[in-house]
Design a protein around this ligand. Sequence first.
Ligand code: GLU
Length: 509
Amino acid sequence: MNSNVRVRFAPSPTGPLHIGGLRTALYNYLFARKHQGSFILRIEDTDQNRYVPGAEDYIKRSLQWCGLNPDEGPDQGGLAGPYRQSERASIYQEYVELLLEKGKAYYAFDTVEELEAMRQQEQGHAKYDSSTRQSMRNSLTIKQEEVEKLVAEGKPYVIRMLVPEARQIHFVDRIRGEVEFDSAELDDKVILKADGLPTYHLANVVDDHLMQITHVIRGEEWLSSTAHHVLLYEALEWQDSMPEFAHLPLILKPTGKGKLSKRDGQKFGFPVFPLAWQDADPNESFEGFDTFGFNPEALVNFLAFLGWNPGTEEEIFTLSQLTQAFSLDHIGKSGARFDYDKALWYNSQYLSKMDPSVFRDAIIPFLDKAGFDPNHSKLTSICQLMQDRIKTYAELPDACRFFFIDIEQYDEVTISKKWNNDTKLLLKSIRGSLSKSTDFNAEKIKSKVSELINQAGVKFGDILPLLRIALTGEGKGADVFSIMEILGAESTLDRLDKAESVFSGLKPV
Ligand code: GLU
């Protein structure tokens, strides 16, 4: 690391990481690498009610799968640790005390009922702010001795930040430009909860400061929180080291209407999580891009383009090419529509260019899952035949099931159109000729069969589909001669024999 750029990805472990979160991680990573800076992983786990066991591990595995390895984080360590907020409680306590001393925060003892009654004012729109705080039970309205007594007695309380009145809060967002909030719109956010842990706002600001974060790149849903954060930087007199902000536009549903949600995956039939997630609750279990058969490099390329573009027509970028090309200036202001067909296109591009042995290894879990023998003696040739014909690894078992099991179903429609006396005779002579062939390779088979077809005067378009159906059950697919070579002479002849009787049974000639 030879620059002072320090960015952090700060997810909350409240469930599996959505691809929107993964895109945030990716942009942080690219920005850090582009500027020879540090990419930091910080786990924001101060909300015990929303904590989901396994989610932190899921986040780390997802980053690793995509090659987005942090320089500092809970597992890597680093000078600014610990990197898990639940392990930093005493640090936040110190800053809460500082804010109380400076009069920028106050104790609030209000009960749930009292808070509810307050909210009912102004037709249910009331907030805990300058218009209501003076009528609530807090250290602004109660004498100091009484406050001390309540604290000593162990009465539950929270600490709220005191939002100044009549202030315009400005900051520059790297994506949206000048942003302005009126302090009248802001409530006195709780910064320390009754359980002694900070809320997101305080922990986030304190950590970004102590970890010397220079750029905060996060989802647009945090834009409005930034106004509170700016006030906290001011209250703590840290405004000179305030990071730059960049709020990323939403990822939209394929329809373009509304934010892509975790349920959209199930609804539209595509993954919205990088890795599959198994939850105790089956309704909360999800497939991932991994189980859908994606190459993580393709996913990364696809995600990079969901909201960013290099300013050229080029679309295929490896992670290191993305790093070179990346810039916050090329992130769009409007939401990016999730286009699964585009994801498939990227994946097929990557699959077709993979090293064959790596492709073969990647296929094995999918064969296992389909119940097909991953130790098939011809697996290398099968993979070679299929590598640029499939869009996901998951498609492979089904696309070439005929190599693993006997044909279960024949394409009857095509048979009924093409099966006649001529094709029947020709199939017989092809079978006869192949049975004598000593050299059973695709090229030789092709020239022999072509010769016979030409002699018979039958159209290639009439016999080849039948030949393919005889061997695979289907009228369309990979090169039929390569299929024969992979099946081998014995299996090819057996299938041709069986086909003749099946075809004649379906359509006697
Ligand atoms: N913990 C927040 C989240 O779950 C992070 C927001 C931020 O990056 O400041 O997304």
